[in-house]
Design a protein around this ligand. Sequence first.
Ligand SMILES: [Zn+2]
Ligand SMILES: [Zn+2]
Length: 458
Amino acid sequence: MTSPAAQATTCDDAAGQPLVVVTATAPTPNGPLHVGHLAGPFIAADVAARAARARGMRTLTVSGLDPHQNYVRTKAASQGREVTEVLDEYEGLVRQALGAARISYDIFNDPRADRDYRDRVGLVLDELVARGRVVTERTTLTRCGSCGTTLHHAYVSGDCTRCGLASSGGTCEACGAFTSAENLGSARCARCGGSPEPFSADIPLLRLESWRAVLAECWSGAVLPARVRSLIGHYLACGLPDVPLAYPTDWGIPAGGELNRVDVWVEMGLGLITGIGRRLDPAAGGLDQCAAAWQQVGEWWHFLGIDNAFYFAILFPGLFAAAGIDPSRLGGLVVNEFYQLDGLKFSTSRGHAVWAHEFLAQEDPATVRMYVCWDRPDRFESGFTQAVYAEFRNWIGAALAGGGTLPPGLAAAEARRAGHALEFGTFDPGLALRCLLAAGPGRVPAVLAALTGDDTAP
Ligand SMILES: [Zn+2]
Ligand SMILES: [Zn+2]
C-alpha cells in the first residue's frame, strides 16, 4: 500500500511552509475493510489531503495496520486458525481495498513487517519510563479467575459506567468513554466467561491528570465536534484517568517492564511520534530528537470514528505532552459517526458488511468515493443500501455531465440531511438549503419554513 518512494517528495513540494500532518486511524486486520470504513475516516482523509495539496499546502499523510489489537487473536480463535494466517489474509485485503479506493499514504506503518517500528516504539516507551515522564507503579490489574487471561480490550466485556451500554475494554463504542476491566460494570472474561480477580503488577502509567493544564490549552484551540467536547467535559468533571501504557499480556510489543507488552493504542501513539519524527529527521531516534523534528509540524489533523475519540482527543495529546511535543499542534479531529447497512451498524464481527475490496472490484472507484462523501456519516448515522447506491451510480454520471434530477431514494436522503443540518451542534443552514433544493422543497416543509420564516409555505 505504502508508496514512500513515489511520494517522498510530497513534503518538499511547498518547502518552507509549516507541515500539515493528516492521519487516519490504522485499521485492525481482524477482517477486511467494509464500506463503512471507507465512508468513515479513509476516503475523507484522502479527499482532505488531496484538497490541501491542491491549495499548495505541505502535507504528510499517515496511516497503517494495527495487528497488535487482541481482536485479531479472538478472531483467529473463533475461526480455529493460526493468528499469522488470519493477519496475512486480512492485512492483504486491507491493502487491496485502500489501493482500489485510490488511497495511499506517505507513511504506512506495518508493525509486523517493520522491525524498526517495533524497536522504536519499545525504546521510546522505555525512555519515557527511564526519564520519569511516566511513573512505574505497583498497580492492581484484573485477570480471569478461570483461564488466567489479563482482561483488556477484546478479552473483557461488561457495562460502560458512563452510558450503561455493553462494552469491551478500551473505549465504549456507544459513548467513546475509556473502559477497562477495572471500571466496567459486571466485567467478565470474554474468552471463557470467567469472573475477574485482581492481581498486582509493576506497570508504566500515564497520569493524565498531571497534564490537565497543557491538555486544556490543546482542547481550547482544537476543532472538535460537540460529542468529543462532551466526552472531554466528562473527564474534566470527574477526573482524567491513569492509563496503563504496558502490562502483562500475551499480545503486543514487549516493552515497559520485563513481563509487559505495550498497550496497542499507546503503540499507535508512540508509532506516530517516532514514525513522523524519523520521517522529518532521518537521524531522529530518541524522544528529544523526535520532539525536535515535530517542531516542523504546523498542524495535525486526525480522521477517526467516534469510538476512537478518547484515544485521539485525550490519551494521545497526553502522550505527546509526556514526550515533549506540544499537543496544541492538534488542529482538530474530523470525527464520523457509525455508518449503517440496511438500518443496522456495519459489523466486522457479525459479518454484516459490504466488503470494500469486493465492492471496489465491481464498481468504479470514482463513483464509490463520491457516494461515500455524499452520504458520509459526518453528523448522524447515515446508512448504505444497495438500491440507493445504484440510483447514485446511474445519476451521478449524467449530473456531472450537466444536470439531472435526483431519483427518489437520493432525494429522500437529501431531505434527511437537510433536517440534520439545522440541529444546533452541526448547524449549517447553507447545507440545509442545498439539500432542500436537491431533494425538492416540498419534501421537508419544516426546513423550508425555518429557512424562509414563512410558516404558511406549502
Ligand atoms: Zn477466562
Ligand atoms: Zn459508554
